[in-house]
Design a protein around this ligand. Structure first.
Ligand code: CUA
Length: 345
């Protein structure tokens, strides 16, 4: 933190420190000019007040020196503000060679953060109140460069303590470089209205000491998400379910409210389901698979007009297997999802 940060808000990055200094510089100027202008106004009101009936204003001649000064001084100050701000702004898009690349993907309504070359991917977890929380880690005092994009609509990746924010766009990369300067945990949010769960599309970035960062890389740091991608882990499928946005539309337990799409628990994998056109379809593995890849092909009765994206080509076979097994394992009973890779009938 710099001595100039009087905003009571955390300044946990180099950007935040520079930003606070500039804001403080501008604030000081604003106060100074307020006092100057209002002070002069009050003083002149008093000094040149009308003293008696019939008093006439003395002829006003212009003063070149004064007029030059009150034009030139603010001009110089404005140029200083611009140059200072522009310099800080361009620093956001300069990538030092030791910067840690981090890939951030936004989608309705969660964030996925991965580390190119590190085989780590931090996906969101659903909270009890329907929010999606993503946690990831970065080392302290080392710049990291975010590469942002969106899979659907506009989102915006905002870390208030770092004082950085940038839109995540579909079909284009954006990003910024920032250096965290304090070990600790900092919230981040989606800052661009993107639909129903916009306000709960959030997470935490944990800034680790260099030693802890090395431990994390070795997979030995306790108390932090390790973000390893392991298809044999029991939470692999539930994480995919959140990552691909399934959780935003389909409830998985009877306790949850029915969302946009049909609930997925309690599917009788040896039974039938009635479609919108009245036909019956066997609810086997191939039905589940097709419903993930091309949901529109068979529409469950009662869900007319509720559209689901095509997932064919977006999900690998391994992921598809995991999701099919996961959905088959979602019981009627309220004991929540099971994912032991076996049929639960
Ligand atoms: Cu994503 Cu708001």
């Amino acid at each position: 933190m710099t001595g100039l940060n009087h905003t009571l808000l955390a300044a946990a990055s180099d950007t935040a420190e520079r930003y606070d200094s500039l804001v403080m510089f501008i604030n000081i100027l604003v106060v100074l000019f307020f006092v100057l202008v209002i002070g002069a106004t009050v003083y002149f009101m008093f000094k040149y007040r009308r003293r008696h009936e019939g008093q006439r204003t003395s002829p006003v001649k212009h003063n070149f020196k004064l007029e030059f000064l009150w034009s030139a001084v603010p001009t110089v100050l404005l140029i200083v503000m611009f140059a200072w701000g522009f310099n800080d702004f361009t620093a956001l898009s300069q990538t030092p060679s030791n910067a840690l690349p981090i890939r951030v993907i936004g989608k309705q309504w969660n964030w996925t953060v991965s580390y190119p070359g590190l085989d780590r991917e931090c996906t969101a977890e659903m909270t009890d109140d329907g929010g999606a929380e993503t946690e990831f880690v970065v080392p302290v005092n080392r710049p990291f460069t975010l590469k942002l994009s969106s899979e659907d609509v506009l989102h915006s990746f905002w870390i208030p303590d770092f004082k950085v924010k940038k839109d995540a766009l579909p079909n284009r990369y954006t990003g910024y470089t920032v250096t965290p300067t304090e070990v600790g945990s900092h919230r981040f949010y989606c800052a661009e209205y993107c639909g129903a769960n916009h306000s709960r599309m959030a997470g935490t970035v944990h800034v680790l000491s260099e030693a802890d960062w090395q431990l994390w890389l070795d997979g030995k740091l306790e108390g932090m998400p390790n973000c390893k991608v392991d298809p044999s882990a029991p939470d692999y499928a539930p994480k995919l379910f959140v990552k691909y946005g399934c959780a935003g539309c389909h409830s998985t337990t009877a306790d949850q409210a029915v969302l946009i799409g049909p609930p997925l628990y309690g599917l009788d994998t040896k039974g039938e389901e009635t479609m919108e056109d009245g036909s019956k379809v066997a609810t086997d593995d191939n039905y589940i698979r097709e419903s993930i890849e091309y949901a529109e092909k068979k529409r469950v009765a009662g869900y007319a007009g509720k559209n689901m994206p095509v997932f064919r080509g977006r999900i690998s076979e391994v992921e598809l297997d995991a999701l099919v097994n996961y959905i088959k394992g979602l019981d009627d009973a309220d004991n929540g999802p099971t994912n032991d890779g076996t049929d639960s009938e």
